[in-house]
Design a protein around this ligand. Sequence first.
Ligand SMILES: C[S@@+](CC[C@H](N)C(=O)[O-])C[C@H]1O[C@@H](n2cnc3c(N)ncnc32)[C@H](O)[C@@H]1O
Length: 316
Amino acid sequence: MQKSNVPNPAKAEQSYPRFSLSSLGFGPPAPSKDPLPPPPPAVEVLPCEEESSEPKSKVEPIVIDDGLTLLKGRVSTFDVFGVANSDLVPGKYEGGLKLWEGSLDLVKKLHSEIEEGVLMLRGKRVLELGCGHGLPGIFAGLKGAAVIHFQDFNAEVLRSLTIPNVTVNLKKELNQQQPLLTSKTSTSITADVRFFAGDWNEIHQLLPYVCSADQRKATNGGLEEKSCDGYDVILMAETVYALSSLHCLYELIKRCMHRPSGVVYMAGKKHYFGVGGGTRQFVNLVEEDGILTACLLAEVADGSSNVREVWKFMFK
Ligand SMILES: C[S@@+](CC[C@H](N)C(=O)[O-])C[C@H]1O[C@@H](n2cnc3c(N)ncnc32)[C@H](O)[C@@H]1O
């Protein structure tokens, strides 16, 4: 029997018979006879829609690396979605209120890539998919990205958690008199920070930097090196757990990646037992398609979950 990364699976299973609690952990998913509800509509969430973008809950420091601490809020799943603390409820709430280990692995790896001179985020267009707390995107902002767009399945997650996290980390930087990340609500704007909610099948209709079908065809065919207006860096942590959504996630990435120089950094678990997804399943999909190269950057086996990995994808 494998170890679970869900604190108390038995309890969660009792509370949510339809919920594949082991969805991100282990064991077979709970059988579901009902089809998933339709996804929430794709919308842009504006920071100014908030009564206050300050975190409503206690802000906690998260020490990520030597000299790298970010701040995060803590929001109750019950308060926001009316469900007890579960990892996710497929089709309704996709896990964004919890901070998953992979997002910290991803920030650490981005940090080391910058220190080693392999990655530069200054001036770049960055998209974080399945952002939840948004720490990788926030880190990109602190490193001088010109554009940081955050996407989550749930608008509620962006409103209650991502936007307040962006704000509080910005304020910390202001207090320390260091380079500044600001949002549209601030008077001194140095970065274009925006928030988009919706399903990966639809969200390309709202994202400002996507490649047209013609541009993608040109690059996919390999006949012509045509550049396209995509994102320079796409970040995602713990987004590849459900086998059923890997294909649409990959299609979205191909729409959004700058051609020819865009890169994707992905962190996640090697296997998510019970739901069939995992980093290796996603890498298989990418390799079968043959457009991107996949490079394993890190393997993390620290015992806090099953084995985790960080991957990087680039155009061949
Ligand atoms: C397990 S959470 C990870 C959150 C965060 N990246 C972290 O590591 O802490 C998975 C995230 O993927 C996103 N997601 C999952 N399925 C999705 C779908 N079909 N369409 C859009 N977003 C989806 C959700 O927004 C959710 O925040």
